[in-house]
Design a protein. Structure first.
Length: 181
């Protein structure tokens, strides 16, 4: 019996030293989770009428599952229109953006831009992550220019082009308004 000698190969691995970034809060605010607009009775009756008409058509086609899905979506629309959103704390710091108790690092972000919905300004951040692919944060009482000045050196400011689906949704909401402005 011979002894087996193991040959140990040692490889040198170059490790770049990364200096830790001091955690420092740059901006902090509290805002609702989603835009909210109090709806009137006309909104609910319009949605109910549309769902009823589609349900009658689907009833003749015997699409029971599709009718159930429509009723469920109507219920979600009702809940979102009646229940005010909760508030969450957002923080921009030297390592990234913390929202909902989770830190999203600067290196995971691709681009950002702002939109307006009703009376709210929304900060959109596209990420490299599978989930969430996009962060949408309401600015609340924060100044858009101040937020842009803090984020722009770390993430590219780029407004995406409107897609076919965006244009279709805008056209449909203009042609079939659920309530008067």
């Amino acid at each position: 019996m011979g002894l087996l000698k193991k040959k140990i190969v040692r490889e040198e691995v170059k490790v770049e030293s990364v200096l830790p970034v001091e955690l420092k809060t740059l901006l902090k605010w509290i805002a609702p989770v989603r835009p909210f607009k109090k709806r009137d009775r006309e909104y609910y009756t319009t949605i109910a009428a549309i769902v009823f008409l589609l349900a009658v058509i689907l009833l003749f086609l015997k699409e029971w599952l599709l009718i159930a899905v429509m009723v469920a979506l109507m219920f979600v629309a009702y809940v979102l229109a009646t229940v005010a959103p909760e508030s969450v704390e957002h923080e921009i710091n030297t390592r990234g953006i913390m929202t909902g108790g989770k830190l999203y690092k600067w290196e995971d972000m691709l681009r950002f831009w702002f939109t307006k919905k009703w009376h709210d300004t929304i900060l959109h951040l596209d990420t490299k992550l599978k989930f969430p692919g996009r962060l949408m944060l309401l600015l609340g009482d924060q100044d858009e220019a101040q937020v842009k000045a803090i984020i722009a050196p770390k993430v590219q400011y780029e407004v995406p082009e409107t897609t076919f689906m965006d244009r279709s949704a805008q056209w449909l909401s203009a042609k079939i308004p659920l309530e008067k402005e």
